[in-house]
Design a binder for this molecule. Structure first.
Ligand SMILES: NC(=O)c1ccc[n+]([C@@H]2O[C@H](COP(=O)([O-])OP(=O)(O)OC[C@H]3O[C@@H](n4cnc5c(N)ncnc54)[C@H](OP(=O)(O)O)[C@@H]3O)[C@@H](O)[C@H]2O)c1
Length: 328
């Protein structure tokens, strides 16, 4: 099969190779998927760059966790009825060496989720990390009907799905974006109010919008740099649910002010969240796909030969939506 791989961490254009690789065979309780689209997410490029463990200790790594395609073989323990099923896959390269940047991947059967006929493979590849992280970030502490959420970085891959989950499930959504060009898209996704965090004082705006009451939950993309603002806008007993703190990886916690406010901090890692949460997310995603509830955004599509460019695009940032590698 054709695949992309890296044998050592480093810059994308130096370490990513594209060529022939052995086609995998599915083992017990695995399916093999003929992939047509593979998505690049920030954690894929962090692993390739050496900033996060990639699994290189035992040999070369085929990158990327998310993708979509058709099941073409099943291992012992998996119903043959799944042959020919269109699927989206998640966590293909979590604690495993061989991900979705290839024509075929073999992975545990539950990581391949049925993709409705009307949904393209490019869209299927957008779902794993972004939509599942957003699901956990919004619902980890229960449903949100009647609650007010501040969702930061709402034009990001995760943030955009978080706005949609929260709005469809009955929350009032206040969202932040870093560029006013994204205001309309985030409002279309369901945000009731959109604040430009680079131009406006987020805390003042939120307090004005909520009549001085504040919000129940902050779903946050940059925990450390936003902490002061989060504490200004959270109600007593509120929760900060966060999946990243890239700009401030070791933030200082103001313990007593947070204790006096009864604030909960919920950290999210999509890869090892409870299996029950993964099942809830995949079931909920299927329901939304079948009922045309989601707005998806594919920003860029690269052929497999240009996978290094796709990685560099994620590293540059600023792309509004998924960066996809086409493997047709
Ligand atoms: N824990 C997990 O399981 C998990 C899962 C998925 C992603 N992540 C991490 O989450 C981060 C975002 O991932 P992504 O794919 O959604 O990236 P993305 O599409 O690049 O989105 C990031 C968003 O954050 C915004 N932003 C930057 N600084 C901000 C700030 N101070 N306040 C509010 N928003 C801010 C950006 O706005 P501008 O574009 O205007 O700068 C952008 O819209 C990455 O670090 C990724 O590794 C973690």
């Amino acid at each position: 099969m054709q695949a992309a791989w890296f044998e050592r961490p480093g810059p994308a254009h130096e370490v990513l190779a594209v060529g022939e690789w052995d086609t995998p065979m599915p083992r017990s309780n695995e399916v093999r998927v003929r992939l047509y689209a593979s998505a690049v997410n920030p954690s894929d490029v962090k692993k390739r760059a050496g900033a996060q463990p990639a699994g290189l200790e035992t040999g070369a790594v085929i990158p990327h966790s998310d993708g979509a395609g058709v099941i073409d073989a099943v291992g012992p323990g998996v119903s043959k009825a799944r042959m020919g099923e269109r699927v989206w896959v998640y966590q293909a390269q979590y604690q495993r060496r061989f991900g979705t940047a290839a024509q075929f991947v073999a992975l545990p059967a539950q990581r391949a989720v049925k993709l409705p006929e009307k949904i393209s493979f490019e869209i299927g590849a957008c779902l794993g990390i972004p939509a599942m992280t957003a699901h956990r970030a919004v619902f980890a502490d229960g449903m949100v009907e009647g609650r007010t959420l501040l969702i930061t970085g709402a034009s990001g891959r995760v943030g955009h799905y978080a706005v949609q989950w929260a709005k469809w499930e009955g929350a009032r959504v206040i969202a932040t974006v870093g560029n006013s060009e994204h205001t309309v898209a985030v409002a279309d996704a369901g945000a009731d109010h959109v604040i430009n965090f680079r131009r406006q004082d987020v805390a003042d705006s939120v307090m004005e919008l909520t009549g001085g009451v504040g919000v129940d939950q902050v779903v946050d993309v940059e925990f450390g740099v936003n902490l002061e603002t989060s504490l200004k806008v959270l109600k007593t007993g509120g929760t900060i649910t966060t999946y990243s703190s890239t700009q401030s990886p070791e933030p200082k916690i103001p313990f007593y002010p947070m204790m006096f406010q009864n604030i909960a901090i919920r950290l999210i890692l999509v890869y090892n969240m409870p299996e029950s949460a993964k099942r809830q997310a995949t079931t909920h995603i299927t329901d939304y796909l079948e009922n045309d509830r989601f707005i998806h955004r594919v920003a860029e599509i690269y052929p497999l030969e240009d996978i290094a460019k796709a990685h560099e695009s994620i590293e540059r940032g600023g792309s509004s939506g998924a960066v996809i590698v086409d493997i047709s």
